[in-house]
Design a protein around this ligand. Structure first.
Ligand code: URP
Ligand code: ZN
Ligand code: ZN
Length: 457
């Protein structure tokens, strides 16, 4: 099967040129100008960008959390991702206490394999570390699960003590894995939460007020310090606070391999959203929380100058019925919000169009850098001969209105409801197969594959 994408502007992290792209079966085989090659299918990309498919390295499909389960499963969630121009996700499998990593891996692969419509990989969340778990970490790295998420928050549920975190970091020094850190000081936050509740402060905004930026900065600093002692890289997930970014920047200025991602919600929403009436603030309850609008410029600066390397989504949607579990107690509101479908358009509209980041940097932040950091490059994350034909034909001039009832995520609200964004996904190919065309999903349930990722060399 040959597919030819003609007349578009090919954009990678480094280049931008008019070109045609030939795809044979699952791979890109030829890139050139005015290619006269017979193809089974020709896609005219005139006036549009031909981008490497988005890579979202932080999603939670079908995840039990806080007494509920995230609303998107691997079918609805990956379909929504594809609509938004994302062709690979890296989701999180969870080792619950008393269980093996192997059990978590089997559980999550079963959730995904017959459902995912685009390719996927897994990070492994470790909530209990012992000798056997350390050996399992090595085995997972060999099987292509090359990153592990650890929590410095949620005591009694997910949180690991510093000694266990340090051991896990040391282990990745030997096995080539990467530790991804949820960096918030869980002990301090717990005290603040109990104090607020004792004072009758139960509304959603107290979720944010009990998770101060300094608690994120302290944990970020500690995570980087532990990684420095262990002499390994560390990747901070969902960084929201400028104060935490300063810790990453300082470390990088000292030459340390500290990496971090932020998410669109931290760039486009803010603490003010928690003040929405009628329990509306619950829509934005996520951890870390939204921060002050005034600090967002610092995040953009971090994205521009590479102190932040990736933009992921932390897609973890709960319907309002589930959010209402915390109607009388903000600490019972399931943490998380939808985002997998809106990332590319939001970042293009709010980042590239106003000149905060370049078009190449947009591709780098949403596709190439995540691919490189998480062992997917050059198979994914670029447009080059030999790479998977994960391609997005993106219209930089089409304006869409973000709304829960027209988006495809299985959740009854959208944090950006009514927001108009310019820059939208038209056609999406996943390993050479067209999966989105003319606003319609034309892919196959279960058409996505588990991708074994490479370890650090
Ligand atoms: O609130 C969030 N972020 N929910 C998902 C779980 C996590 O910590 O990433
Ligand atoms: Zn987290
Ligand atoms: Zn998350």
């Amino acid at each position: 099967m040959k597919t030819l994408i003609k007349n578009g502007t090919v954009v990678t992290a480094t280049d931008q040129y008019k070109g045609d792209v030939l795809i044979e079966d699952e791979k890109i085989t030829v890139i050139g100008t005015s290619l006269e090659i017979h193809a089974d299918r020709v896609i005219d990309a005139s006036g549009r960008y031909v981008l490497p498919g988005g890579i979202d390295v932080h999603t939670h499909m079908d995840m039990p959390f806080g007494g509920a389960t995230s609303a998107d499963d691997f079918e609805t969630g990956t379909r929504a991702a594809a609509f938004g121009g994302t062709t690979t996700i890296v989701d999180f499998a969870i080792q619950y206490r008393g269980q093996t990593l192997h059990h978590a891996w089997e559980t999550w692969i079963k959730k995904a394999e017959s459902k995912a419509v685009i390719d996927y990989g897994f990070h492994m969340i470790i909530t209990e570390l012992n000798d056997q778990v350390e050996r399992e970490m090595d085995a997972l790295v060999r099987q292509g699960i090359t990153s592990f998420k650890l929590f410095m928050a949620y005591p009694g549920v997910f949180m690991l003590d510093d000694g266990s975190i340090f051991k896990a970091l040391l282990r990745t020094g030997k096995n080539g894995g990467t530790i991804c850190m949820h960096a918030e000081n869980g002990g301090v936050i717990d005290v603040l939460v109990q104090r607020a509740l004792a004072e009758g402060q139960t509304a959603p905004k107290f979720h944010a007020l009990t998770r101060p930026a300094r608690a994120e900065a302290e944990a970020t600093h500690r995570a980087i310090a532990l990684a420095e002692i262990a002499d390994v890289p560390v990747y901070i997930v969902h960084l929201s606070a400028a104060e935490a970014l300063e810790m990453v920047t300082d470390a990088r200025d000292r030459g340390l391999p500290a990496f971090a991602e932020t998410c669109p919600q931290y760039l486009f929403l803010s603490y003010d959203n928690y003040e929405e009436p009628d329990f509306g603030g619950a829509k934005y309850v996520m951890s870390p929380p939204l921060r002050d609008h005034a600090k967002q410029d610092q995040l953009w600066r971090g994205l521009k100058f590479n102190d932040l390397q990736c933009i992921s989504t932390d897609h973890c949607p709960f319907c309002m019925k589930e959010k209402r579990l915390g109607e009388n107690d903000f600490s019972k509101i399931p943490n998380g919000a939808p985002g997998v479908e809106t990332r590319m358009s939001l970042v293009y509209d709010g980042g590239v169009r106003p000149g905060r980041i370049s078009l190449n940097r947009f591709v780098e932040l949403t596709s190439t850098a995540p691919a490189k950091i998480f062992g997917l490059f050059p198979r994914k994350g670029t447009i080059a001969p030999g790479s998977d034909a994960d391609i997005v034909v993106f219209d930089p001039n089409r304006t869409i209105t973000l709304a829960a009832n027209t988006l495809h995520m299985k959740v009854d609200y959208n944090p950006y409801e009514g927001r108009q964004v310019t820059g939208a996904t038209d056609t999406v190919l996943s390993r050479g197969r067209v999966v989105i065309e003319n606003g319609t999903f034309v892919g196959r349930t279960g058409g996505g594959s588990f991708i074994r990722r490479a370890a650090r060399s």
